[in-house]
Design a protein around this ligand. Structure first.
Ligand code: GDP
Ligand code: ZN
Length: 447
């Protein structure tokens, strides 16, 4: 039992109950609602305490097992959306249950979804998508989470697992007839099958990595000398005034974070203090923070003033980590008398007039390796990507064994088994209970 609606006041508040046992469910409903509501039909009723005083008036909805969210017998009471009312409803439910000797208790975080998982209503990627859908920071991210919830991701994981199983069965069968093994495997094109599996795996890994970006957002850091227009560009991309823009160099002393969407991809844009030699202690701290956010970034936008001809030593000064993708952006092109000669890899923009901003957005997404919009992708978690990496390592090892002709078929088969197990961790088939508990404990109560 838990309140399923958000805390605070609202027009309607929902208390949700889930019972594994039909007899306990029916006797509870009779005593709690005063009658047994018809399944899947809205039943208007007044909840009354033992002295027949009204607690709340609302709608009862019953879903019988297994056709419910949890796969159990579910009652949802939609009452008035105030915390005191809903606490009263739950308090009464506990009294009713105590009288009937039914072990009713408050649900733990994510417990409804966990039960749905345990009753095979959802696999683990879908259960995780429930939480991601609720947490989604943009409509596009919500779409990607909804795709995962509907099983888009797990279907692809299962399709890959099926192919691995097929090859495993072939190998196991061959192991029983060692004399004919080489010929047999050649006929069945075991190597060709493995190559195909590896191709599918690579595509799925790419899509999952994108899916993680849909979920977590990308960290993009803006660096550049004071006054090149970092704050202005941040504002222009975000479409609102969020950073203080000033004509005095060195105004943005602290980094300022702004969440925004580019073509539906959630991003965190970080404006940093300009980097330069300074004796100002406050500014020094800002510069240290810049180094820190740069180290965490998925992409660094190095902003320069297009009107200044002298090449600044800024990028060297910052000592950008070599593996970090960077994009050079020339700002203030509206001030140039003649249009800038186009340099490949350099974006020319005006934060003031908006010139070049759409091309800059495309360049940002291309640089961080996002090829799909969330409409065509699905949401994933780092946990899934890690498991896909493990799967890929075993596939590569299997591939090494497959290249050698000798009697190492059992090693080949073993690597395939491990690759298969790694996929099982994604859908929850192979995940230990304590890890499962950890995943669901991060859900909100009532889900
Ligand atoms: P920051 O120190 O790098 O954050 O730079 P600001 O965003 O505070 O901008 C410094 C000054 O340059 C402000 O007066 C802005 O109005 C101006 N500025 C920023 N971008 C442009 C631009 O694209 N064109 C023009 N003409 N001025 C700009
Ligand atoms: Zn600034």
């Amino acid at each position: 039992m838990a309140i399923a609606t958000a805390p605070g006041k609202g027009g309607v508040g929902v208390v949700r109950f889930s019972f594994p046992s039909v007899s306990q469910f029916e006797s509870f409903c009779l005593a709690f609602c005063g009658k047994l509501p018809q399944a899947r039909t809205a039943t208007l009723l007044t909840l009354r305490d033992f002295e027949q005083h009204a607690i709340d008036e609302g709608i009862a909805l019953v879903f019988n097992a297994p056709a419910s969210f949890t796969g159990e017998y579910v009652l949802e009471f939609q009452g008035h959306g105030g915390q005191a009312v809903l606490q009263g409803v739950m308090g009464h439910a506990l009294s009713v249950a105590r009288q009937l000797n039914i072990p009713l208790r408050h649900a733990m975080a994510g417990e409804f979804t966990q039960r749905a998982f345990l009753n095979d209503k959802l696999d683990l990627t879908q259960a995780e998508a429930v939480a991601d859908l609720i947490d989604a920071g943009s409509v596009a991210a919500a779409k990607a989470a909804a795709a995962s919830l509907s099983g888009v991701f797990s279907k692809q994981v299962n399709a890959l697992a099926d192919r691995i199983v097929h090859l495993r069965l072939l190998l196991e069968a061959t192991l029983d007839f060692p004399e004919e093994e080489i010929e047999f495997l050649e006929k069945a094109d075991a190597k060709g099958q493995l190559h195909h599996i590896m191709t599918i795996h690579r595509e799925l890994l790419n899509a999952a990595q994108e899916g993680v970006k849909f979920r977590d957002g990308l960290q993009i850091v803006l660096v550049g000398e004071p006054n090149v227009g970092k704050s202005s560009l941040l504002n222009a991309l975000a479409g609102e005034e969020i950073a203080i823009v000033s004509a005095v160099a060195g105004t943005t002393r602290d980094r300022i974070k702004q969440e925004l969407n580019i073509r539906g991809i959630p991003l965190v844009l970080v404006d940093t203090a300009g980097l330069r030699h300074t004796v100002d202690e406050v500014e020094k701290i800002g510069i240290e923070r810049t180094r820190k956010s740069v180290a965490e970034a998925d992409l660094v936008l190095v902003l320069k003033d297009a009107t200044l001809t002298s090449e600044d030593a800024f990028a060297q000064h910052l000592e950008l980590p070599v593996h970090l993708p960077t994009l050079t952006v020339l700002n203030k092109i509206d001030l140039l008398a003649q249009p800038l000669a186009v340099t490949p890899g350099v974006q020319a923009v005006s934060a003031k007039s908006g010139q070049g901003l759409e091309a800059l957005k495309d360049a940002i997404l291309a640089k961080v390796g996002i090829a799909h919009t969330p409409d065509h992708g699905f949401m994933a978690r780092q946990r899934h990507v890690d498991a896909l990496h493990v799967c890929g390592q075993h596939l590569s090892t299997a591939h090494e064994f497959a290249k050698q002709d000798d009697r190492i078929l059992d090693l080949f088969a073993e690597e395939l088994r491990l690759a298969h197990d790694a996929l099982g961790e994604i859908t929850g088939r192979m995940l230990p209970d304590d890890l499962l508990g950890l995943i669901f404990s991060r859900f909100c109560i009532g889900k």
